[in-house]
Design a protein around this ligand. Sequence first.
Ligand code: AKB
Length: 347
Amino acid sequence: MAAYSQISTTRPARSLSTIPPSQEETPLTQTTQRILVTGACGQIGSELIPVLRQRYGDTNVVATDIRPPEADCLKDQGPFELLNVCDRARMDDIIARYAIDTVYHMAAILSATGEENPTLAWDVNILGLVNVLEIARQRKLVRVFCPSSIAVFGPDTPHDCAPQTTILTPTTMYGVTKVTGELLGEYYVHRFGLDIRGVRYPGIISSETLPGGGTTDYAVDIFYHALKYKSYSCFVRSDTVLPMMYMPDCVKATMDLMDADFNSLRSHCNFNLAGMSFSVEELANEIQKHIPDFVCDYAPDFRQAIADSWPQTIDDSPARTQWGWRPRHDLKSMTRDMLEKLRPRLT
Ligand code: AKB
């Protein structure tokens, strides 16, 4: 029997009479959450789900993705359903069948893949989001998490300490979809009274699932190559500085924003989130402290222009003041922890 967390919500939970008979063995209360996660097999989804399952109970967290999971825990510890987020009928069916009241919409095409296939990025990122928002409106879901990204920024945004409210002129299709997504989310909050929330993730560094198709992927790849080959050829210049965050902080930020009192939020879908900012050279130097014979060289490709269009550092004071955001990891602690976690698997 799974454990059920009691968490308070600032909006009323959905009426229990809407729960289908198949779910009635679960002792639902007004404060229980039944969660659906899209993009469950991705870099963030795969680490968010175990934390959600630990908190809300395995059977209350439905993992979904367009492909079957490689990690056994995703399917063995709780429900898993195949879902293409562009398929609204199937999404609606899953949400109804499991009596879902909360969605973490993590499925997305990232910046580099988006430049290779812009229409795919538009379809997945926009149609997928509209499907989630429309189902949330029709089924009166309690809360939806729709992440955004530093990709909303562009060359006209201040490069240092980019404010939350600023000029958003992204040069990538991914960025265009994320700006649109933030506006759509905010629209559904004000027009339909829904509870939609989201942060602008920086590059996320993690040890469990490789990122795929992003510009910031080098900050993860470098660890795998350092341990396996003691060398890495980086696809952006050594002096490229981007905002980054270690996965434990990413999961904490996501959970903290979802726990925040709705009434304390002055905006909902566009929270800047800073963790750490460093150049690739600084990262390589930090890794060399643990692997002295590691060498990094540089062969910039089309992703350099994307990186150059994003700010180097972020002002996240609204997240800090409105819902108490504080990162715990810096370059040093992240590097040590990444190497400790990956070394036994790679060497
Ligand atoms: C990417 O590089 O596309 C992503 C992001 C910053 O959202 N990691």
